[in-house]
Structure formats: C-alpha cells, structure tokens
Design a protein around this ligand. Sequence first.
Ligand code: DQA
Length: 150
Amino acid sequence: MAVGDIKFLVLHGPNLNLLGTREKEIYGSITLDELNQIIYDEAKRLKVSVDCFQSNSEGDIINAIHNAPGQYRGIVINPASLTHYSVALRDALSSVDLPAIEVHLSNIYAREEFRHHSVIAPVVLGQISGLGKYSYLLALGALAAEGYWR
Ligand code: DQA
C-alpha cells in the first residue's frame, strides 16, 4: 500500500463545535473549521489522508469508532468532556484494533481536579495535552510514522 493511501480519522467530542467563541482564554480563538483545515494541510504534508468529524453525541462518536476499521488506519481523538467519565467511549476504543491517540487543546492537568483523570488514557497509545492545535498535529505525525499503522 502506498503512503498516500493511509487514512486516519480525527474525532472531536462535545462542545468543540463552539471553538472560536467558547472560553477563548482557555481554547484560543481558532474555530473548528480553521483547526480542521490545519489538520488537512498537515495530512497533505505528511502524504496521508484524514477525515475530521465532530459530534456532541456520545453515540455518534462511538459509532464512528465502530465503523473505523477497514476505512482508517488509526484515530486521533479529542474526547472533550467524555474523557473524564465515558466508559462507553473507552470500551469502543478498546474494542477496535486500531491505534488511537488522545489529544487535548488545554493542559487538563493544570485545570480543575475533575479534569485530571482520563478514563480513555489507559486504552490509547498515548496522550498529548496542552499544546493547542499542535496536540492534534503531533498525534497525526506519530500515527503517520511507520510502525503505528495497522
Ligand atoms: C478538552 C479538555 C476537556 O476537559 C474539556 O471538557 C473539553 C476540551 C481540551 O481539548 O482541552 O471539552 O478536551
């Protein structure tokens, strides 16, 4: 398979559609469309493909994970608030045989105590937190590196 045929799924969880207006002092002024464009540009540079998907519904995100094998070779996911409590999302990620990386725009360990715990972290390859858009770009670069493909 040629490098350009490798495709990854980027998932954005609840409330990330409000980027650009939501708590700008924490998340910055970048909109979701702008973030997705930066991710698409980075994918092009890495000679891989990506699809970006956002939902406020836990079930839609879980369904996207269930449907990922066969279409995608890995997942970058910002689970947003689901990070902190969704065992259903964790089980979905551990039920599919695909490498996934958890990302956060903000540093969840520097914020409220309830954000310090991720139920997702134990079932993903790794977690990148606090680097804004670079959290996504670094995760994509890691997935695109030979060795992480499934
Ligand atoms: C977030 C951090 C979460 O705690 C929060 O619920 C979010 C966004 C981040 O990207 O920094 O919605 O995942």
